[in-house]
Design a protein around this ligand. Structure first.
Ligand code: PEP
Ligand code: MG
Length: 585
């Protein structure tokens, strides 16, 4: 038995068998095989090399056409290396003699060759070393890519353990095949975690070296509320967790029954609870959980699952579907928030060194106008079918919002000239998720119809803490007095100009913050759909007067510890006894 405590990111308990999902960039496990498995491993090496050579052939042909003969020679050279028996033979020998998996033999042999080149201390050989590393990735990708197809053909559901997952891998998870997941890396608001909550798959991230210590088929327990992961649990542990699993399920069902109806405080102040979605097919979940509409539609997921630039029709169909499903209820569509941990780095020849501070979100859109305009056209065309609002992400300067609005006006003019029906009176808003935008909220308030405060990023940029880095996860918190002060000043600036303001970061779905947010003056929250019943329950238990008192008190604290302890105590006072859910932070 081995127990690891990671970061709980998606609620629920699962018990199942491990499926290790590999990625070429991660360290390859030193896994042994039986003597009768040697021929299978040799065959895998054969196929992986053949596929890698095939890829290189087409890359060579393409670059010959696009770039000329000289650059194409690089691929020719790489193909030569892969065909060279002096590279291949030692790999096969190690599988036969040391009885190790193909991945290990390949990775270790390539490493030996690369080290040999780099120790020769001359630039030409150093280049050869990096060629070898590149080839190593290519072959390993082929070997480990098999996991995805193996996963698709499983007949019993499994628990995924991986070093790291991408948001698109998580979004593509089939609920009937995947019970839950645990990863070595990640933080509470990394997009992988957000998607896990959206698709309601229990998950724990930041589990250090978990993926190195599990083997396929091991029994594992994942507690997405406490952050506990137990590998090879004892019978007693299994029994205890099965009991807890049924208590949590019953509690969630009970909450869900109270999902419909208004969210109003006991003194009659109505709060609007909307859902955050990544795909239109999450809308039924928003409505079943008692949401009044969609406050944040993260459209970039269209790119993530398609793996290429969506066409205008792809966009249009997605937005029209969402509008039709909502039947006149609110829908805030956010323009593409690509970059950072989403899409562009995987596509880039040269990934950015610091992508969260790089060409992300609105910056990326304004540098890639063609794709951006396609999206804006589709949004305006979809607006004919129902009420939508358009929102721009990660705005950090007034110039950016002006440019974005100008483009929207250009697109509307083009549509008018082409005689294509489109919305003419669409509300335009921006996310406030960068300190510069929060501090200048007053200036921004004369540019837009509404603000939506995105605390996931606002926390990361205010505190200089990467939202996806488990090593600094203890520093990442919405209870920071600095963050709370920024939220407060945005609300104040919005009120002065009569600009609508809401909050759509993950803290909107965390009950510990509900009283504070209402007390600060927020009346619209957008959150992960499955948390709506719980937040509604909290709202129905409190008065606004009490919430304002809570917010005033929080304003007197200067450390996040004090804020958290106080908010936890306040929540405990009104919690009628839930199994862990209410007080989790
Ligand atoms: C946020 O930053 O709070 C937000 C809602 O946007 P995302 O999580 O998609 O970055
Ligand atoms: Mg954000």
């Amino acid at each position: 038995m081995k127990q690891i405590t990671g970061i709980p990111v998606s609620s629920g308990i699962v018990i199942g068998r491990v499926f290790r999902l590999g990625r070429a960039e991660q360290r390859v496990p030193h896994q042994r095989i039986e003597a009768d498995e040697v021929s299978v491993e040799l065959q895998r090496v054969d196929e992986a090399f053949a596929e890698a050579i095939e890829d290189l052939e087409s890359l060579r042909d393409r670059s010959r056409i696009q770039l000329g003969e000289e650059p194409a020679k690089i691929f020719e050279f790489h193909m030569g290396l892969l065909k060279d028996p002096s590279l291949r033979k030692p790999i096969e020998d190690r599988i036969r003699n040391e009885l190790v998996v193909a991945e290990w033999a390949v990775a270790d042999e390539f490493r030996i060759v690369a080290d040999r080149f780099s120790s020769m201390g001359n630039e030409v050989f150093a280049q050869k070393a990096s060629d070898i590393i590149d080839l190593d990735r290519r072959v390993l990708d082929k070997l480990m890519g098999e996991d995805t197809s193996r996963l698709a053909s499983l007949d019993e559901p499994v628990v995924i353990v991986a070093h790291e997952l991408t948001p698109s891998q998580t979004a593509g998870m089939d609920r009937s095949k995947i019970l839950g997941f645990a990863t070595d890396l990640g933080g509470r608001t990394s997009h992988v975690s957000i998607v896990a909550r959206a698709v309601d798959i229990p998950a724990v991230v930041g589990c250090k070296n978990l993926s190195q210590i599990v083997e396929n088929g091991d029994w594992i327990i994942i507690d997405g509320d406490a952050g506990t992961v137990i590998v090879k649990p004892s019978d007693d542990q299994l029994e205890a967790y099965r009991d807890r699993q049924s208590i949590v399920t019953t509690y969630r069902e009970k909450l869900r029954k109270t999902a419909s109806g208004e969210a109003a405080t006991t003194d009659g102040v109505r709060i609007s609870l909307l859902g955050n979605i990544e795909f239109p097919d999450e809308i039924p979940s928003v409505l079943e959980n008692g949401g009044e509409g969609v406050g944040l539609y993260r459209t970039e997921f269209l790119y993530l699952t398609k793996g290429h630039e969506p066409t205008e029709e792809d966009h249009f169909e997605a937005y029209r579907t969402a509008i039709e499903m909502l039947k006149g209820r609110p829908l805030v569509i956010r323009t593409q928030d690509l970059g950072a941990d989403k899409y562009t780095q995987e596509q880039a020849e040269e990934p950015e060194r610091n992508p969260f501070l790089g060409c992300r979100s609105i910056r990326y859109s304004l540098q890639n106008l063609e794709g951006f305009k396609i999206q804006l056209r589709a949004m305006l065309r979809a607006a004919v079918h129902g009420p939508i609002k358009i929102m721009f992400p990660l705005v950090s300067t007034v110039m950016e919002i002006r440019q974005a609005k100008m483009l929207l006006a250009d697109v509307a003019e083009e549509l008018a000239e082409e005689g294509i029906p489109h919305g003419t009176d669409v509300s335009v808003g921006m996310m406030v998720e960068v300190p510069s935008a929060a501090l200048m909220a007053r200036a921004f308030s004369s540019e837009v119809d509404f603000f939506s405060i995105g605390t996931n990023d606002l926390i990361q940029y205010t505190l200089a803490v990467d939202r996806g880095n488990e090593r600094v996860a203890n520093l990442y918190t919405g209870a920071s007095p600095a963050v709370i002060q920024l939220i407060k000043s945005v609300i104040r600036a919005a009120r002065r100009r009569d600009v609508d303001v809401s909050l759509c970061g993950e803290i909107a779905g965390e009950p510990i913050y509900t009283m504070l947010l209402l007390g600060l003056g927020l009346r619209t929250l957008s959150l992960v759909p499955t948390q709506i019943p719980l937040i509604k329950t909290v709202i129905r238990t409190v008065t606004i007067e009490h919430c304002e008192r809570v917010a005033r008190k929080v304003g007197t604290f200067d450390s996040e510890r004090q804020v958290l302890n106080y908010l936890r105590d306040e929540l405990r006072k009104i919690d009628p006894g839930s199994p862990g859910g209410w007080t989790a932070d």
